[in-house]
Design a protein around this ligand. Structure first.
Ligand code: TZP
Ligand code: MG
Length: 205
């Protein structure tokens, strides 16, 4: 599978998002068709230090065994330690320029939640944009205001060749709206991690 298609069904998850074993959830999600994974271990109840590293390594190995892209959220040291395929950065995180200088060929994703952030984004240095929250979400405590599919369409119009995924409140009912607005993929937490039947949830996205 070529690169942008590999962002089509993008699971974002940390142990704090799981009521079951994260390795089980990831394996089931991959069987259902997840094509990329981001280890986002943060917020209430998340692991730190060596425990975070060990879980990350386990999830990375599951991804690699199945040819699923493995991204680390934010944590530049962990990204290096795990030799991840890519890193996902928010607006408050380490600067894209710095990461790109240190890792010329790694995949870099950047979160965008309004037009102003888009205007100042170093788009030539990133491999994809994460745009959202598209719909309301209770997964991210400090989530920005909902942007709807309008921002997706805007970003695609301004940068038609830059891959983009929507994130925030996406589920099997509304995923098609995100894709029809121009997104290359959907990034999803709870609609997968909390699904009773994970494989079916991913299939119907
Ligand atoms: N960034 C913007 S919204 C969000 C992140 C990490 C959380 C999305 O979680 P869910 O459960 O898919 O709404
Ligand atoms: Mg961040």
């Amino acid at each position: 599978m070529k690169y942008p298609e590999r962002l089509r069904k993008y699971l974002v998850m940390g142990s704090q998002d799981c009521l079951r074993d994260p390795s089980f959830i990831l394996e089931e999600a991959i069987r259902g068709g997840v094509t990329a994974f981001q280890f986002r271990e943060k917020g209430k109840g998340s692991l730190t230090g060596i425990d975070k590293y060990h879980l990350g390594r386990k999830l990375r190995d599951i991804c690699w065994k199945n040819e699923v892209l493995f991204f680390v959220n934010d944590d530049f040291d962990l990204f290096g330690d795990l030799d991840a395929d890519g890193i996902h950065l928010g607006q408050e995180d380490m600067h894209v320029e710095e990461v790109r200088r240190a890792f010329p060929s790694t995949l870099i994703g950047l979160s965008i939640s309004d037009e102003r952030e888009l205007e100042k984004a170093p788009v030539t240095l990133v491999d994809y944009l994460g745009v959202g929250p598209v719909f309301s979400t209770s997964t991210k405590e400090d989530a920005n205001p909902v942007v709807g599919t309008d921002l997706i369409a805007h970003v695609k119009a301004v940068h038609p060749h830059l891959p983009l995924v929507g994130i925030g409140g996406i589920n099997e009912e509304n995923a098609h709206e995100v894709l029809s607005a121009g997104a290359d993929g959907v990034a999803v937490v709870s609609a997968i991690t909390l699904a009773e039947n994970i494989r079916n949830a991913v299939k119907s996205l």
